[in-house]
Design a protein around this ligand. Structure first.
Ligand code: AMP
Length: 396
């Protein structure tokens, strides 16, 4: 497999699948440029070698062809400022105009193609569409980890048209390195902290992690399904009745596997799902009727933090409570803090999955953990042990 550091892009046209799916405000200004920033090293490496770059991405979820609000043209000013050069734009990602601009592209130049998802062929993984994209370039670089679990035209199918000349960009390379080091967990104890709303969306990863971790900390909304399964009173807290048996089986499997399963012992409750709700604290299994658990409280924070501080490998996915509400963010913030402290003490910490990334950014702690993954679904599927089509297309 080729490698971006050693590959010489001199006189080569490289088509890079990037993840430019960034949030835009009503004026089409970028409100979070993390994903664009992440791809700059790959672009610069190719340009520095004397190659040219063709960028392709999706943005949003257009339903039926082109829509102004999903046009990648809005990203040009930001991209030009970051690269300090003029960026060309093809208003259709395939077709004669794109082919002509790509053909005339000179070393050191950058071309951005319009949103791939203006064609349903992209998500359908259409071969003819992938081939048209492939024809624009000499080498294919995949640098979009967030879509690596999709067998789309630009993430997977296109690789078939490049023989040896296909490789990962720095974003995917770093993602794989970081996630692999967590999965192999050569440094122990290995602690996984799983939170978020539902057991149902995390069950596969929980089961997969039971074979790997020393400690499994569970917090957030899914806690209450576990507590109810054990006979506790959870008041009006979030619960998935269909998953009570699943929760029981996780508890049993954890015991059998010798994994220390930690659930919260106390709960910060609200009398409504609202930041301004009245608050009360109770034991986790004695939440009164009319109240719902919305965050973990002091005793849980202390117990979880101690375990985290003693860990050498840490995976965090999902908040400990309704962290979007100021009055219920403390548990998530304290756990994030414990992770940053453990990291400062030499642990390897990986934070991934949409809401924990949003949380770590909200608390301005992203720089104090080892790695913040750009992948949501892709990260979870990779950790679950699934083969991601976009990774396989290059790795073989
Ligand atoms: P997920 O996408 O599954 O990781 O879930 C994240 C969401 O879970 C966030 O929007 C949190 O507000 C929500 N959440 C966390 N704890 C609770 C809770 N105790 N009750 C309701 N929702 C929660």
């Amino acid at each position: 497999m080729k490698n971006i550091t050693s590959y010489n892009f001199h006189q080569k046209k490289a088509i890079i699948r990037v993840d430019f799916n960034v949030p835009l405000n009503a004026q089409y200004e970028i409100t979070d440029d993390t994903r664009i920033r992440a791809t700059i090293p790959s672009i610069k490496k190719i340009l520095a070698d004397g190659g040219s770059v063709i960028l392709m991405s999706h943005l949003g979820r257009p339903k039926n062809g082109p829509e102004e609000k999903f046009s990648l043209v809005h990203l040009i000013p930001d991209l030009e400022a970051k690269l300090n050069l003029k960026v060309k734009f093809a208003p259709d990602c395939i077709g004669e105009e794109a082919a002509l601009i790509a053909k005339n592209l000179q070393p050191g130049e950058v071309l951005l193609l319009e949103n791939l998802r203006f064609y349903k062929e992209e998500t359908n993984g259409d071969e003819a569409f992938a081939k048209k994209l492939a024809n624009l370039a000499d080498v294919y670089v995949n640098d979009a980890f967030g879509t690596a679990h999709r067998a789309h035209a630009s993430t997977t199918i296109i690789a078939n048209y490049f023989n040896e000349n296909k490789l990962f960009g720095f974003v995917i390379e770093n993602e794989l390195k970081s996630i692999d080091s967590v999965i192999s967990a050569s440094s122990k104890p290995f602690t996984a902290i799983l939170g978020g709303a539902k057991v149902s969306s995390k069950i596969t990863i929980i089961e997969n992690l039971l074979g790997k971790v020393d400690n499994l900390i569970i917090g957030g909304g899914m806690t209450y399904t576990f507590i109810k399964a054990m006979g506790g009173q959870i008041g009006n807290s979030l619960v998935e009745e269909d998953y009570l048996e699943t929760a029981k089986s996780v508890i049993k499997k954890a015991k059998e596997a010798g994994v220390k399963l930690m659930l919260p012992v106390d709960s910060l409750n609200g009398d409504a799902f609202d930041n301004e709700a009245n608050r009360s604290v109770s034991d986790i299994d004695a939440i009164p009727e009319g109240w719902m658990g919305m965050d973990i409280d002091e005793k849980s924070i202390k117990a979880f933090s101690e375990t985290i501080l003693n860990s050498k490998t840490i995976l965090w996915n999902g908040p400990m409570g309704v962290f979007e509400m100021e009055n219920f963010q403390k548990g998530t913030k304290e756990i994030a803090t414990a992770i940053t402290k453990a990291t400062a003490n030499g642990a390897f910490s990986l934070v991934g999955g949409g809401d924990s990334v949003a949380a770590i950014n909200k608390f301005n702690m992203a720089k104090q953990v080892s790695y913040v993954s750009t992948g949501g679904g892709a990260l979870l599927e990779y950790i679950e042990g699934k083969e991601l089509p976009g990774i396989k297309a290059i790795r073989g």
